[in-house]
Design a protein around this ligand. Structure first.
Ligand SMILES: *[C@@H]1O[C@H](CO)[C@@H](O)[C@H](O)[C@H]1NC(C)=O
Ligand SMILES: *[C@@H]1O[C@H](CO)[C@@H](O)[C@H](O)[C@H]1NC(C)=O
Ligand SMILES: *[C@@H]1O[C@H](CO)[C@@H](O)[C@H](O)[C@H]1NC(C)=O
Ligand SMILES: *[C@@H]1O[C@H](CO)[C@@H](O)[C@H](O)[C@H]1NC(C)=O
Ligand SMILES: *[C@@H]1O[C@H](CO)[C@@H](O)[C@H](O)[C@H]1NC(C)=O
Ligand SMILES: *[C@@H]1O[C@H](CO)[C@@H](O)[C@H](O)[C@H]1NC(C)=O
Ligand SMILES: *[C@@H]1O[C@H](CO)[C@@H](O)[C@H](O)[C@H]1NC(C)=O
Ligand SMILES: *[C@@H]1O[C@H](CO)[C@@H](O)[C@H](O)[C@H]1NC(C)=O
Length: 495
């Protein structure tokens, strides 16, 4: 058996550094984790489809494999509303609308769904069981601006101008459930359904405006349609994918103010483009999901930690760094009380949006190759430690040498920590080190019947690389340093 000292020495840690004892406290419980994910909307899925094997399978494995890849566990699909699938448009299942809302609709399933059905099947084959189908807009014929793009309102929404053609709210609900039905018939169970994307923003691609009161109204139309068509229990309603935390907070507040709408919504969903997380969203038990965010302003970068830009506090230049995303994930799951955290698109090519930094993986179909940004591994550090159904638990941080056993403010250690108890009994810890020196730690994770321990590190030179770790006979004590400007995940597997 190794002594603490020999393991510390093996890890190459200077003896002068303070050692911190990190104890995962499973008696302190917080929110349940639903998972981590991304979208391949806007035809991005085709960039994977167009690769040739074995490269294509390798990339799919990288995204979904929970042993060797990221283990993403949620896929967010865009429910198309446009006449065609070119550029950033996604084609609708109802290309031609009937004259009146109550007339029989004509739906069309093309078996492709802008590439999303294929990626959904890949996800399913890896055990992904959480599928979030989200509409950016209703088709144009249901809206007061007669266009699925360019903002406008759903005809019949309270406060929106009345449309000559009538009230299309129920027709929109039926249409959304029809999308769920097509996936169901073809082997994929959609678990979450959203009817808005950035309802506070008007864009040249699909977009539709709603405020909180309109959303509350529509939830009361949608839920009975879901129930009538047999999805009342299996499909949860998600709302509202606002552009930022502050807008979503207001929309959530307005939905909760409607006592008959509030119990019908299961998940409050938000993006973080226009405002960041400062405290939890209001909730009456609804889970909070961050369903879309990315570094849209940066140039394509694979960097983990841009030391020079960080020294200048240049947050724009570090916005896509892997370490930045490890912190974003940590803030979301702690300060934000999030149950899910989804990056925007997994893949993109150099031609799209000036080869910016909004993707995790740069794909070149012509060369049959791809390049991975290090931030993908920040997601892996969390996604492999917290599987769907895990409960976030407490972590106490104390100076190992201190006689005082009271937990210290973990900020003093320079570490950001988070713990999870998985549904299968596995208990894990993720620790982020912001500092320029390795932080020696002793990790205490008490699992009744522990079978094994794994430690994984990502930093400038490592991508989720397995680290030496051992379970001690007298309880579970594992020794590792959290690498400078790096992330360490420790997972104790239950027998
Ligand atoms: C596809 O639909 C968009 C949105 O309505 C439209 O602007 C565009 O011209 C269409 N493209 C083609 C090739 O039909
Ligand atoms: C995931 O990767 C592991 C290790 O490479 C492999 O054994 C396993 O078959 C993969 N899982 C799936 C579902 O392909
Ligand atoms: C749709 O309704 C909004 C809100 O009243 C209004 O500003 C807009 O002009 C309407 N669009 C059309 C095409 O009527
Ligand atoms: C949220 O609502 C408050 C109070 O009504 C308002 O002052 C604030 O501007 C709103 N914030 C956003 C981002 O809409
Ligand atoms: C955190 O979210 C859960 C739902 O996942 C909710 O029940 C709980 O009240 C939230 N906690 C805080 C502090 O907002
Ligand atoms: C992206 O690259 C361009 C051209 O080199 C440069 O002008 C711009 O500042 C870069 N943007 C960021 C956010 O670094
Ligand atoms: C960067 O920010 C940190 C923390 O806010 C501060 O201590 C430091 O002085 C700043 N550095 C520069 C170069 O502005
Ligand atoms: C911990 O210390 C930091 C920095 O001094 C401070 O910002 C933070 O509020 C403290 N946290 C707690 C929980 O006391």
């Amino acid at each position: 058996m190794h002594s603490s000292l020999s393991l510390l020495a093996a890890a190459g840690v200077a003896s002068a550094a303070t050692t911190y004892r990190l104890t995962v406290d499973t008696s302190k419980t917080f929110q349940t984790i639903d998972g981590f994910g991304f979208s391949e909307a806007f035809q991005r899925a085709n960039q994977i489809i167009n690769l040739k094997d074995p490269v294509r399978s390798e990339l799919v494995d990288l995204l979904f494999n929970e042993t060797s890849g990221v283990g993403f566990s949620i896929l967010r699909n865009g429910i198309g509303s446009s006449p065609n699938s070119t550029q950033d448009w996604m084609n609708t299942i109802e290309p031609v609308g009937p004259a009146k809302p109550d007339d029989t609709p004509t739906y069309v399933w093309d078996g492709d769904d802008a590439g999303q059905f294929w990626i959904a099947n890949q996800a399913w084959s890896y055990g992904v069981r959480t599928f979030y189908a989200d509409a950016w807009s209703a088709p144009g014929f249901m809206k007061n601006n007669s266009n699925d793009a360019g903002g406008g309102y759903l005809c019949g929404s309270p406060g929106a101008p009345t449309c000559e053609s009538g009230d299309w709210r129920k027709a929109y609900a039926e249409y959304l459930v029809q999308y769920v039905e097509y996936y169901k018939k073809n082997g994929i169970d959609i678990t979450h359904l959203g009817f808005l994307n950035e309802p506070d923003l008007t864009t040249a691609y699909a977009s539709m405006l709603m405020d909180g009161a309109m959303a509350a109204d529509f939830i009361k139309v949608l839920q009975p349609v879901l129930a009538a068509r047999g999805y009342g229990d299996s499909v949860k309603i998600a709302c509202c994918d606002a552009t930022g935390w502050a807008t979503q907070r207001n929309m959530s507040r307005d939905i909760l103010a409607d006592a008959s709408a509030a119990p019908l919504v299961d998940v409050f969903t938000t993006h973080l483009y226009t405002s960041k997380i400062d405290s939890p969203l209001p909730s009456e038990g609804q889970h909070a999901w961050m369903t879309e965010y990315a570094d849209l302003g940066g140039n394509w970068s694979t960097a983990w930690f841009s030391a020079e830009a960080a020294a200048r506090n240049d947050t724009k230049a570090t916005a896509g760094d892997g370490l930045t995303w490890a912190r974003n994930l940590h803030t979301g799951l702690t300060t934000g009380n999030l149950s899910a955290f989804l990056w925007w698109v997994a893949t993109q090519d150099t031609a799209t949006n000036g080869n910016n930094n909004e993707k995790l993986v740069l794909v070149d179909d012509a060369e049959n190759s791809y390049i991975v940004a290090k931030r993908l591994w920040a997601f892996a550090q969390f996604s492999r430690a917290a599987r769907p159904g895990a409960v976030r638990v407490g972590v106490d941080v104390v100076e190992a040498t201190s006689k005082c056993k009271a937990p210290v403010n973990s900020t003093a250690s320079g570490l950001r920590t988070i713990g999870f108890k998985n549904a299968n009994g596995d208990v894990s810890l993720v620790a982020i080190n912001d500092g320029a020196e390795d932080v020696p730690v002793s990790v205490h994770i008490d699992v009744a019947k522990a079978a094994s321990v794994e430690a994984w590190a990502t930093d400038a030179t490592r991508d989720m690389e397995r680290q030496a770790a051992a379970l001690s006979p007298e309880g579970i004590v594992n020794l590792q340093a959290v690498p400078a400007h790096g992330v360490l995940s420790v997972i104790v597997r239950a027998a």
